[in-house]
Design a protein around this ligand. Structure first.
Ligand code: C2E
Ligand code: MG
Ligand code: MG
Length: 613
């Protein structure tokens, strides 16, 4: 652990400057004030003495003004201030001596010395100052004795007074240093864990980088995130959460070496800085931490299971400044989190690019609706018996201004994660219903419009209302709207049951999308009412080569029929696939063989052709 004192100066410099400045300002008022009082108490001094004393008194206000005028003075504020202090004091000692140690001059000397002793920064400088005056005054006393063979009490008095002042000043300085220490503690340490805080971390990273650069070595940063720490706080209370954090930090420290620093970075995030460490050593240390927490933590007699996600980045390879090194460790940490709990990930460029692209897409999506960068294409769904268009599936498209066309497989999960899918989904629903109505009104035979709905949308309170709005705004009959819900989201069947039943009551068709690759396929069919089962394209793709795929497809068709559902096959690309599906009475086919997703104009042409047939 590095010595904390090395970071004091940097942090305290600013406060020190303020401190001196304040004293300076006070001095500017006190100087003239003392002289004024002195003039009042002892009137009738010779003019030259008055001029001198006022001159001295005004020195501080003048230099205070100059401080703001000249940056040079600002930079050398402290030496100038003390220099002036020395000169004034010496001059007053001189006046004291030549005025035969008269009481007035002794008083001025005491006031000047008192004033300056309170302003000294360093104990050593203060002692020099006091010794100098003490020596000068004592010399003056002796000189006077030698020269004039006279001894008076004033000299003795002033020596004693100086002594007393010295004590006051030293005491004052010691106390201030103590205050400084507690200020430093507050500024550099976390009050709960007593670990260094963010500010300390930044200073330490600076120091580590410099050392690493000089020695040609590397240093590693571990960003340690407690998984689901909020749950502990919520269930056991915040003070217990604090105790867990404290205990955990002690255990993490045990996994580190003596020179490594563990800092508290956020409420449940810690950062470890490993000096002289490359990627491998950092990875091993991170593993050691993860390993330690496979055993429960004992906090106040309770056994607490904790897991971490740790991201690692290395100086200078990954970054050469503190902020981006932390940012890169953060990126790695998110990657670790996405791999599950108790995982370690080491930062690399691909990770950075993937995250940057994700962030760019996320930002793009935020304004995509407003900027008209979203559009819908419609893929025909063909009745395999008659060969006519049964319906279309609305598929969302996003053209990013810089990245160009982005696939839904990439941007839909981001929209879901960020909740942007809710307004976007609403727009898709409205636009698709309106489009279907336009086709119907233009005299084309009515078709079903299938719209994909994500889990996040279904769970939103206003979802049913937005479906109602889409239907009433467009005037579309609800039987021409089909909502496609991916099978995997239906594992929360119980939770979604009432919503699906409500939709059903409204007369809307419901389809299970990507059937066969998700969860709980059969139990869900028992509880929920669907009109349509869409067999996932991964099964169709393997027809006719895979006999297993063929059997699965046939079985799903049989089962669907028995449950009174329509069956749609997705991803039909070859004649053989279409023939197989027809042979086993699959109702509807969708795929590149039967029709690619088309824009409004092209689909309209197709519908007209189909109609004429
Ligand atoms: P999905 O609902 O299963 O849509 C079918 C996907 O299969 C579409 O991909 C379609 O272009 C593609 N496809 C159709 N026929 C074939 C074929 O013969 N071969 C192959 N290889 N692919 C075919 P797309 O348009 O890229 O959409 C991907 C997924 O994105 C959709 O899968 C759906 O889950 C989601 N998605 C698209 N639009 C929306 C939307 O508006 N809202 C929501 N929530 N999800 C959407
Ligand atoms: Mg779909
Ligand atoms: Mg699908």
């Amino acid at each position: 652990m590095p010595h904390v004192g090395q970071y004091d100066k940097k942090y305290l410099e600013k406060n020190e400057e303020k401190y001196i400045e304040t004293l300076f300002l006070i001095g500017s008022f006190l100087g003239p004030f003392f002289v004024f009082v002195w003039d009042l108490l002892i009137p009738g001094k010779p003019l030259h003495l008055q001029i001198i004393s006022w001159g001295i008194a005004l020195l501080l206000p003048i230099s205070f003004t100059l401080k703001y005028v000249s940056s040079y003075i600002k930079r050398n504020l402290s030496p100038i201030f003390y220099g002036v202090g020395y000169l004034i004091t010496m001059y007053v000692v001189y006046l004291v001596y030549y005025n035969n140690f008269s009481k007035e001059y002794l008083l001025v000397l005491l006031l000047v010395v008192f004033y300056y002793t309170l302003t000294f920064e360093k104990l050593s400088s203060l002692i020099y100052y006091l010794i100098t005056i003490y020596v000068f005054v004592t010399m003056a006393v002796f000189l006077r004795r030698i020269n004039k063979n006279a001894y008076d009490d004033s000299g003795l008095v002033i020596c004693i007074c100086l002594f007393v002042f010295s004590f006051i000043a030293v005491f004052h300085l010691l106390k201030r240093n103590k205050d400084k220490r507690s200020l430093r503690d507050m500024a550099l340490y976390d009050s709960l864990t007593r670990l260094p805080n963010r500010h300390f971390l930044n200073l330490h990273l600076d120091h580590v980088f410099k050392a690493a650069m000089l020695n040609g070595k590397s240093a590693a940063l571990l960003l340690i995130d407690f998984n689901k720490f909020k749950n502990i706080n919520d269930t056991m209370g915040h003070s217990f959460g604090d105790a867990v954090l404290k205990q955990a930090s002690i255990e993490i420290k045990k996994c580190l070496q003596e020179n490594d620093v563990l800092a508290r970075f956020g409420s449940d995030v810690m950062v470890a800085v490993l000096e002289n460490s490359g990627q491998e050593k950092a990875r091993l240390t991170a593993r050691k931490i993860v390993e330690r927490f496979t055993q429960p933590l004992n906090v106040e007699g309770l056994r607490i299971d904790m897991t971490f996600s740790i991201g690692v980045s290395v100086y200078p390879n990954d970054s050469q400044d503190a902020d981006s090194l932390i940012k890169h460790a953060d990126i790695a940490m998110y990657e670790a989190k996405s791999r599950g709990r108790n995982k370690v990930a080491v930062f690399n460029r691909e990770m950075f690019e993937a995250i940057s692209r994700k962030v760019e897409l996320e930002n793009g999506l935020k304004s995509a609706l407003k900027n008209g960068e979203l559009s819908i294409v419609y893929q025909p769904q063909i009745d395999l018996v008659t060969g006519t268009i049964h319906g279309v599936e609305a598929l969302l498209r996003f053209r990013h201004p810089e990245l160009g066309m982005v696939s839904p497989g990439e941007f839909i999960p981001i929209a879901e994660e960020t909740g942007l899918i809710v307004p976007i989904g609403e727009w898709v629903l409205k636009t698709a219903c309106k489009q279907n109505m336009i086709w119907q009104q233009s005299g084309l035979p009515p078709i079903t419009m299938a719209v994909n709905v994500s889990y996040r949308q279904l769970k939103t309170k206003g979802f049913i209302l937005s479906v109602r709005d889409a239907l009433s705004d467009s005037g579309l009959d609800s039987k021409y709207l089909e909502l496609e819900i991916t099978e995997s989201v239906l594992r929360d069947a119980e939770e979604l049951k009432s919503i699906l039943e409500e939709l059903k009551k409204m007369g809307i068709m419901l389809a299970i999308d990507d059937f066969g690759v998700g969860y709980s396929s059969f139990s869900m069919l028992q509880h929920l009412v669907f009109n349509n089962i869409k067999i996932d394209m991964s099964f169709i793709r393997n027809i006719p080569e895979s006999s297993k795929a063929k059997t699965i497809v046939k079985t799903i068709i049989d089962m669907g029929k028995n449950l009174n559902c329509h069956i749609t096959a997705e991803g039909v690309e070859t004649e053989e696939q279409a023939n197989y599906l027809k042979k086993y009475s699959c109702d509807i086919g969708q795929g590149y063989l039967l029709g690619r997703p088309l824009d409004v104009a092209d689909l309209e042409k197709l519908l007209r052709c189909n109609f004429k047939k």
